[in-house]
Write a protein that binds this ligand. Structure first.
Ligand code: SAH
Ligand code: SF4
Ligand code: F3S
Length: 440
């Protein structure tokens, strides 16, 4: 048998890229590749890229430039670009960086083995189609290898919302959902391989509308209830959600579905109605706050997370203040915040831009507030009991690290525990990004 070839994948961007990278590694496994941890030893390098902000997209080119020496030393080395930059820029990538042999968009990953075969005959390969066939069904079945206790599972892709700042509807295409049974089968397969916690993924995951067993459309809540019945699966999460797609059944499930964790990532982007309208978000600050109230009524201890953009075109100090006010009212346990980045081809790119230094200054104020809330909420966990799913050994001998139901990292002395074990832990201390606890 031929020596296995070596594949190095570097992943940027969101969790959907993390999931996709796993599936690409598996597909390439079928083509004789094993995954390696460094570019130096690879026969093929794949960058799975993100186009969401300018910095993310530009990073790809600086990374590619670093492979020049590697390729000179090993002329057979193949370099590929996958992900959202591949979709957005296509053949332009090869023009700008001739080291690149292959460009593949997110909907064509099942075609990677064929593309690789084509490369080996000389030449380059490009595929940024949105094919009719379902890539998930065409991707190789997963090998039955053991898995870490927490896994991602993509159930929905693409977006029809067209927020004025965002490239996702262009890079990932129209919204589509996988059939429920396929998701359930994949979940069972993951559980057989040691997975205890599954995070359902989608750019708009709560807009899920996959076919149910009788062909009728299922909601995300229906899918979650079906997964709740999978033996051995202990925890279910989902991300990322849009406020307008929080259906009543999904809100209710947060109060009644035992395996659904009390954590919700629900981006609002801004607290100013004027800006929300200009962003094409189709919700207001008020409707968002009312929604949070309903979700918290269903699940009072829910930890809320969000995304914010500052310096969106035409944002005034008063608009920005409205965002701070909303944050004060809602209280976030976790948040991601970004300075607005102009993305070519999106509607907001054409508008009057906010001065960069001013946007930076607002971002700092926003992050100071979010950081304070995050710290306070984390510190309020001290003295409480939490459930921890251990994921790996910690730095100290006998220590294990895992996640609480609220997604806080927790470490505890647990010499007899193994990854995948659940434990009841009393929180004894709070550090910058983690909690310390003792087993009960
Ligand atoms: N589908 C998700 C998130 C998609 S991108 C949602 O609708 O919430 C993740 C986050 O990146 C967004 O929530 C937004 O806060 C940020 N983002 C998207 N486009 C951006 C841009 N042009 N500049 C700065 N941040 C952006
Ligand atoms: Fe982008 Fe808006 Fe779609 Fe989220 S909902 S992916 S921010 S267009
Ligand atoms: Fe980035 Fe594409 Fe995800 S642009 S955030 S990798 S959907």
């Amino acid at each position: 048998m031929a020596e296995p070839k070596k594949l190095f994948i570097k992943t940027y961007g969101c969790q959907m890229n993390v999931y996709d990278s796993e599936r690409m590694a598996e597909a390439m496994g079928g083509a004789g590749y094993t995954e390696v941890a460094s570019a130096d030893e690879a026969d093929m390098i794949l960058l799975n890229t993100c186009h969401i902000r300018e910095k993310a997209a530009e990073k790809v080119y600086s990374e590619l430039g670093r492979f020049r020496d590697l390729k000179e030393a090993k002329p057979d080395l193949k370099i590929g670009v996958a992900g959202c930059v591949a979709q957005a820029e296509g053949a332009e990538i090869m023009r700008r960086q001739p080291l690149v042999d292959l460009v593949v968009g997110p909907q064509s990953y099942h075609r990677l083995p064929e593309m690789e075969a084509k490369l080996r005959q000389g030449g380059t390969a490009l595929d940024t189609d949105f094919p009719e066939e379902d890539k998930f069904e065409k991707l190789a079945r997963r090998p039955k290898a053991r898995r870490a206790p927490a896994a991602f599972l993509t159930v929905q892709e693409g977006c029809d919302k067209f927020c004025a700042f965002c490239v996702v509807p262009y890079t990932r295409g129209a919204e589509s959902s996988r059939p429920a049974q396929r998701v359930i089968d994949e979940a069972k397969d993951l559980v057989e391989r040691g997975v205890r916690e599954i995070t359902l993924l989608g750019q708009n995951v709560n807009a899920y509308h996959g076919a149910g067993p009788k062909g009728e459309d299922w909601t995300l809540a229906q899918l979650i209830w079906a997964l709740n019945d999978v033996d051995g699966l202990e925890r279910i999460r989902f991300t990322t959600s849009h406020p307008n797609d929080m259906g009543d059944d999904l809100i209710e499930a947060h109060g009644t579905c035992a395996k659904l964790m009390p954590y919700l990532h629900l981006p609002v982007q801004s607290g100013s109605d004027r800006i929300l309208k200009r962003m094409n978000r189709s919700h207001t600050a008020e409707s968002y706050i009312r929604l949070i109230e309903r979700i918290r009524a269903a699940r009072p201890d829910l930890l809320l997370s969000g995304d914010f953009i500052v310096g969106f075109p035409e944002e005034t100090e008063a608009d920005f203040q409205a965002t701070l006010d909303l944050i004060e009212e809602v209280r976030y346990g976790q948040a991601y915040s970004f300075k607005y980045s102009t993305r070519p081809g999106t509607p907001a790119a054409e508008r009057a831009q906010v001065d960069g230094a001013q946007a930076t200054e607002r971002l700092q104020r926003l992050q100071a507030l979010l950081g304070r809330q995050q710290r306070e909420i984390q510190e309020s966990m001290v003295g409480r009991e939490v459930d921890v799913l251990f994921e790996r050994a910690g730095r100290q001998p006998g220590q294990m690290v895992g996640k609480s139901q609220y997604l806080h990292a927790v470490h505890a002395a647990a010499p007899d525990a193994r990854p995948g074990d659940m434990a009841r832990v009393r929180v004894t201390g709070s550090a910058t990004n983690s909690l310390a606890g003792t087993l009960i």
